[in-house]
Every structure is written in structure tokens, then in C-alpha cells.
Write a protein that binds this ligand. Structure first.
Ligand SMILES: [Zn+2]
Length: 401
């Protein structure tokens, strides 16, 4: 197409995994799989092979064809998360995720939801430290409609004092009900606030209550004007669709949105070397099963030397990835009664160092790391041991009980 960059194949392994997020908890309708195909599918594009291109207004587009079911996932990811929030405005990224479901100059509040549900689709959104994303899962024939709604709310939201105040109360209640009443979530917040000494990751994604309460229309408008532009977003379409079709529809919808001002570089301060061992303890009468975790700051996939992050993930899996893990087996042989395997978690695609934890908890799922990213053949046990010695130092551990 004239004026646009050529489609470039991407490797699936370059796509991000999913670290901790704070999602908008909404009731969704089960997606109907019986939607009609829009056209016979040519075999030009291999299933699962990602391609990408950029619209004239700077919006990046990634397409991942997959024709196993007549369904398509449409997502818009904004390069803005809680770690980008200005001081004193914690929670505004997540708060704005909520506001994106309000009325625009073209559609009433709730109209987008109804349009999705009436065709048997589902939609939702989530906010993380580094991004905010919105998605719908629908029949391929509805893709253009989804793009039209999403492109509209990118720039045409109506933000009045009443709209902002009402939704702020919703977020305040969300924090009360989902975090403040859950001892495990309270402990997680304290762990993050203690583990990170210089990173914005120490601030909860949903925000501190006293700062959520102060967010207002001026804050929301400034946030919208700064970050919600096509040149600060990535469109991802996966499913029963071809890149050429997505390109035509994206230019027809998102392509009409003007490019925004260039954004300043995202700031992620460098974490100082941590040389003290710290302990966070939470006592709560509601907790009947005690838990214990140990956490270290280690390199992420973006900051690690080649093979180092993979080695740490593999080490995590061996130590605590399931019923066959070393920690779980050791607990059985020592006849210590444990309600669940030791789970390990990491934020592997963070733009800064990640935070793995080795934990004993009840009912926490393990994360099958081996399925997420293929390991290089050169990765061997000595490398894992070396990585462990480098990073899992007792003197820099954070224990949470
Ligand atoms: Zn929410």
C-alpha cells in the first residue's frame, strides 16, 4: 500500500508474555464459535506466523493468522502502565482503563459492550506496570466493527467531572474489595514496596488509596491527551484472518486517527545493588494456612546477558515448578505437610530487572515456563548453577511470611 511500510515477518517468540496485571473485572459472555467466515481462506499465510506493519499515523500492527476456528481476537495495547504514572498519581493508568468504557462523541456509554455481546463476543481490558490493553474476541465478520469502536474511543472520550467522579468511586470500591480485604494481596503490595528500592514497580498497579481518592478530571484529561494516540499503541489481531484484510480494515478505521505528539522516553530508574536481607511479616486472623516466600531482583529478558534469563527460568522450574520439583519432593521426603507445589513467578519481559519468587503458598498455580519460550540447546546445568550463584544470594533476599 502506498505510504505504508512493508509487512515484515515476526517470530512468535518475540511477543511478550504476561506479567502481573490488574484487570477490569467484568462479566463476559461466552464467545460463540459459529460465526460465518468472511471469505474462503487462501493458504498464503502459515498459521501462527506473525507479520507486522506500521500505519502512516505510527500505529504498529501485528497479525497472527490462525484458521483452526472461525474466531478472531482484536487487541489494542497502549505503551502506558502504572510505572509511567507521575508522582502522586498512582492508579491513574488503571483508572483510565475504566474510563475507556464511557461515552464518546459518537457512542453512548455501554454501546460498545452491547455491540460485542449481541454478536456473542466478549471483551475486557487489563493494566500492567508497563502497558494497558483492550481486547475483544468475536467472529471475523465483526472485526471492522470492533476496530471502529476502538479507534473511536482512542480519541473521542467525553470526560466530565461527573463521569470521572463516578468511575473513581468504582475503582475505590474495587481496591477495597479486591486488595484491602485480601491478606495475600496486602502482603504482595508490601513485598513489592519493600523489594524495589528505586523502581516504580514498588507502587501497586491499582494505586494507593489516598492517591486514587484525589484523581480528578484534570488528571484524567491530561493522561488521555498525553498517551492515547495511535503512535503510542500496538494493534494485535490473531485468528481466522489474513494480514492483507487486517491492513485494509486498520487503514479504514485506525488510519483516520491523527498521529499524536512524540512521547518522551519512558523512564525506568536503575535499581541499586541490594545488599541487605529484609523480612516482611503480615499477621492476619483470617489466614488459616501460613505462607512463606523468598524473592530476589534478577535480570529480565531485556536486561539479561544471552542465556541468563532462560537459565533463571529453568532453574525456577526445576526448583519449584510442580509436583516433580526439587522443593516439593524435598518437602515430601521431610514429611512436611504442604497443600500445593511451590510456585515460581517472574516478570520475564519487563523493561527492567524482574522479580522471581520462590514461595510456599496454598492454591497458587505454577507457570509452565518451558512452554513459554524455547530454550537454547547450549543451555546446560552448569549455566543454571552459575546463574543461581550470581543472583540468588541470601544477603539480598526478601522473605515474606
Ligand atoms: Zn479495575
Amino acid at each position: 500500500m502506498p505510504g505504508t511500510q512493508p509487512i515484515i515477518p515476526l517470530s512468535l517468540s518475540e511477543l511478550p508474555s504476561k506479567p502481573r496485571t490488574h484487570g477490569l473485572r467484568r462479566t463476559s459472555v461466552a464467545t460463540e464459535l459459529g460465526g460465518a467466515r468472511t471469505a474462503p481462506v487462501p493458504v498464503a499465510w502459515e498459521d501462527g506466523k506473525a507479520t507486522d506493519f506500521v500505519l502512516d499515523n505510527g500505529m504498529e500492527v501485528v497479525v497472527i493468522p490462525n484458521h483452526r476456528a472461525p474466531i478472531v481476537s482484536h487487541m489494542v495495547w497502549y505503551k502506558i502502565g502504572s510505572a509511567d504514572e507521575p508522582p502522586g498519581k498512582s492508579g491513574i493508568a488503571h483508572f483510565f482503563e475504566h474510563l475507556m468504557f464511557k461515552a464518546t462523541t459518537n457512542h453512548a456509554a455501554g454501546e460498545f459492550d452491547r455491540a460485542v455481546f449481541e454478536i456473542g463476543g466478549s471483551q475486557n481490558a487489563f493494566t500492567s506496570s508497563d502497558y494497558t490493553a483492550f481486547y475483544q474476541t468475536v467472529a471475523p465478520s465483526a472485526l471492522e466493527l470492533m476496530m471502529s469502536f476502538e479507534a473511536d474511543r482512542m480519541r473521542n472520550l467525553i470526560l466530565t467531572d461527573d463521569v470521572v467522579k463516578t468511575e473513581r468511586d468504582v475503582v475505590i470500591e474495587e481496591r477495597r474489595s479486591s486488595t484491602d480485604t485480601n491478606p495475600q494481596d496486602v502482603l504482595h503490595e508490601e513485598i513489592d514496596a519493600t523489594l524495589w528500592q528505586n523502581q516504580p514497580y514498588r507502587i501497586p498497579i491499582i494505586g494507593w488509596m489516598q492517591e486514587i481518592e484525589q484523581l480528578n478530571r484534570v488528571d484524567a484529561t491530561a493522561f488521555y491527551e498525553k498517551y492515547y494516540w495511535p503512535n503510542n499503541s500496538v494493534l494485535i489481531v490473531a485468528g481466522d484472518v489474513e494480514p492483507e484484510t487486517v491492513k485494509v480494515l486498520a487503514e479504514k478505521t485506525y488510519g483516520k486517527v491523527a498521529r499524536g505528539p512524540d512521547l518522551p522516553p519512558r523512564i525506568r530508574p536503575v535499581e541499586p545493588e541490594q545488599n541487605t536481607r529484609r523480612t516482611v511479616t503480615l499477621s492476619d486472623a483470617r489466614v488459616s494456612v501460613p505462607s512463606f516466600s523468598t524473592q530476589w531482583v534478577v535480570p529480565s529478558y531485556h536486561t539479561a546477558k544471552p542465556g541468563e534469563a532462560e537459565a533463571l527460568d529453568l532453574l525456577s522450574e526445576i526448583l519449584g515448578g510442580g509436583n516433580r520439583s526439587r522443593l516439593y519432593q524435598a518437602s515430601l521426603s521431610s514429611k512436611v505437610s504442604l497443600p500445593a507445589p511451590a510456585p515460581i513467578s517472574r516478570a520475564p519481559c519487563s523493561t527492567t530487572p524482574g522479580s522471581p519468587s520462590m514461595a510456599r503458598r496454598a492454591a497458587m498455580p505454577s507457570w509452565p515456563i518451558s512452554k513459554r519460550r524455547p530454550l537454547p540447546k547450549s543451555l546446560a546445568l552448569p549455566r543454571m548453577v552459575s546463574a543461581a550463584r550470581n543472583w540468588a544470594r541470601p544477603r539480598s533476599a526478601l522473605c515474606a511470611i
